[in-house]
Design a protein around this ligand. Structure first.
Ligand code: SF4
Ligand code: SF4
Length: 204
């Protein structure tokens, strides 16, 4: 399920994400997280940079912090895994129409990137992950996750998607005893979405 609002964090200062990681690490010690979130939204001028109202910005920030917290908790377990896959969301393809030359195999179900555009995020992520020994899936939706995991016994999964989809995926991985690391989109909207290649490179 997508968010009911659209966002674009690509113009937000990089330090914002470092701050999120720091807060997530300390989250258990924060009794006044709500106040902290409001402060950080003001400090980084998130409303001005994204056009979000305060309550949507709070939802987004809370999700990002929750995801970072889960990533930290699961990191050790993930690093021990050997057989891994990268799940990418199809909405980050450069083209969402016939200009994308990826083939789709409904039996998996996944797209396979044909690398038609070197500046496509999916193409770059696909190259990077395969170089590191990952299998790569480009998924049309989170419902594909259990089907793939029932077919191939992966130990670790890195998933790139919007916060809500990543949360659903995380619950599936947890129920199937697979260690996951989540990379949330920094621009949503179900087309031309964006994730951080730096974060992906550090995570895998
Ligand atoms: S590089 Fe891959 S994912 Fe991107 S548009 Fe081309 S075939 Fe599609
Ligand atoms: S933004 Fe992408 S990952 Fe999120 S619901 Fe839309 S298509 Fe799925």
């Amino acid at each position: 399920m997508p968010y009911k609002f659209t966002f674009d964090l690509s113009k937000v200062p990089r330090f914002f994400f470092t701050e999120i990681a720091r807060i997530s690490y300390n989250k258990r010690m924060h009794k006044t997280l709500f106040d902290t979130l409001q402060d950080i939204i003001t400090k980084f001028r998130i409303q001005e940079a994204t056009g979000l109202n305060l309550s949507d910005a709070l939802v987004l920030l809370q999700d990002l912090i929750d995801l970072q917290a889960v990533n930290l908790v699961k990191r050790k377990e993930f690093l021990k895994t050997k057989k891994r896959a990268l799940f990418l969301s199809h909405c980050s393809r450069k083209f969402m129409d016939s200009r994308c030359h990826a083939s789709f195999d409904a039996s998996i179900p996944s797209y396979t990137c044909a690398h038609c555009s070197q500046d496509c995020l999916i193409s770059k992520a696909d190259y990077l992950a395969r170089e590191k020994g990952y299998d790569v899936y480009i998924l049309p939706g989170g419902s594909c996750v259990p089907k793939i995991l029932k077919t191939v016994q992966y130990e670790g999964i890195v998933g790139v998607a919007c916060g809500e989809e990543v949360k659903i995926g995380g619950e599936i991985l947890g129920s199937m005893n697979v260690a996951g690391q989540a990379i949330p989109l920094i621009k949503n909207g179900c087309a031309n979405t964006v994730f951080s290649m730096d974060t992906l490179a550090k995570t895998i």
